[in-house]
Design a protein around this ligand. Structure first.
Ligand code: SF4
Ligand code: SF4
Length: 363
């Protein structure tokens, strides 16, 4: 089993430019080892990703040797006509006449409204009808409930691109497992992004690494993470941003489907990785009904833990927070009455942590 796709987001760089020679070598190695799926987006590396694809792949390989997926910068589109202008520019940048997969980039609560207001789904359908896109879909960062709503409203969608890894599998902020189940319920194919959580799961805390090594001493942490993502039912491709020939060799090795026992082990490792989190909230929700202003305390703490653990991912986490608190209240609205804290079995000083969460998530 090998479902790997080559994500063109983290390409090797030299003097703020893509190192084209090395990118060509990586693309060559990937194709030589049986890879064919490439993924880029209008905004990746400020447009340099799409042109790097042209130079590394489209200009050098016959069209039937590869598949290319690209994404419309959904949130930047001001009116329906702009969709066509972006698409035309993307075809030129990538050096192709059609995309095999075309997605709306980064749907969440806010961007979904923009997509609907500018009729982006209608645009996708038209591309598919005209043969300019083989399959259509969107990449997604929000709750499983909203995903369900979008897929029910748009049965024409073929694919959803989701953040899936064993650390986020049960995470309340990301809801990997629930989102995968929702996609499966609607019969959609899943493309996985962030299977190694931006590299976090390639280097593990000692205790978590030891747990996995005991089972398979020869297997690297990254290979465990990729194996997990490839074993999720409904997953068609797993994207990895590779910038080193060694990564290509390791990632393109065949992976056996993971057993239930191995998956359980990874979820145990995830628990260890999560140790040392900023707030030890267990998500029991014993506190929420006592809050006079309806604060979604555990959901906010979950995102606060996320942004503490992965500060570089604030650009993804803050919009989820915005979307969450739009329908309720922000952490900074806490009036400090303390009614919640009296009911917390973990004895957390909830108002104090909410202040810190507001600092981290509302800046
Ligand atoms: S302290 Fe803040 S979060 Fe807790 S019940 Fe009062 S207002 Fe709600
Ligand atoms: S009661 Fe405490 S542990 Fe439970 S959800 Fe609320 S803050 Fe978290």
């Amino acid at each position: 089993m090998n479902k790997m796709g080559f994500g063109f987001l983290r390409l090797p760089m030299k003097d703020n430019k893509v190192d084209i020679k090395l990118t060509q070598r990586l693309a060559d190695d990937f194709i030589a080892k049986g890879g064919r799926y490439f993924d880029t987006a209008y905004t990746y590396l400020d447009g340099k990703s799409e042109t790097a694809f042209k130079q590394a792949v489209a200009d050098r390989y016959e069209r039937d040797r590869y598949e290319i997926a690209d994404k419309l910068p959904s949130w930047m589109v001001k009116n329906h006509e702009e969709c066509y202008a972006y698409f035309k520019e993307q075809l030129e940048r990538c050096g192709v006449r059609r995309f095999d997969v075309y997605l709306l980039h980064w749907l969440n609560g806010e961007n979904y409204k923009t997509a609907e207001a500018t009729r982006q789904f209608e645009f996708l359908k038209e591309l598919k009808e005209k043969g300019l896109a083989g399959r259509i879909g969107f990449s997604y960062h929000d709750s499983a409930a909203l995903l369900d709503e979008i897929l029910a409203a748009h049965p024409e969608i073929d694919i959803v691109q989701l953040q899936v890894n064993y650390l986020d599998w049960k995470a309340r902020g990301i809801e990997s497992e629930k989102c995968c189940l929702t996609a499966a319920k609607h019969g959609k194919s899943i493309i996985v992004m962030e299977p190694v959580k931006g590299g976090t799961l390639a280097v593990l805390p000692q205790k978590a690494a030891a747990l996995l090594e005991k089972k398979h001493p020869e297997r690297s942490p990254a290979s465990w993470a990729l194996g997990f993502a490839q074993s999720v039912p409904g997953v068609e491709r797993v994207l990895s941003g590779m910038n080193d020939p060694l990564q290509i060799s390791e990632n393109m090795a065949n992976t056996e489907p993971m057993s239930d026992e191995e998956k359980e082990l990874l979820l145990k490792a995830a628990e260890i990785i999560k140790e040392g989190t900023a707030v030890g909230c267990t998500g029991c929700r014993y506190c929420t009904s006592y809050c006079p202003i309806g604060m979604l305390i555990p959901d906010i703490f979950s995102l606060y833990n996320e942004i503490n653990r992965y500060p570089a991912e604030g650009w993804k986490i803050k919009p989820v927070y915005e979307s969450l608190t739009q329908k309720s209240v922000k952490a900074s609205s806490c009036i400090g009455c303390g009614a919640c804290a009296q009911h917390c079995p973990q004895k957390l000083t909830i108002p104090g942590f909410l202040k810190m969460a507001a600092e981290a998530l509302e800046k």
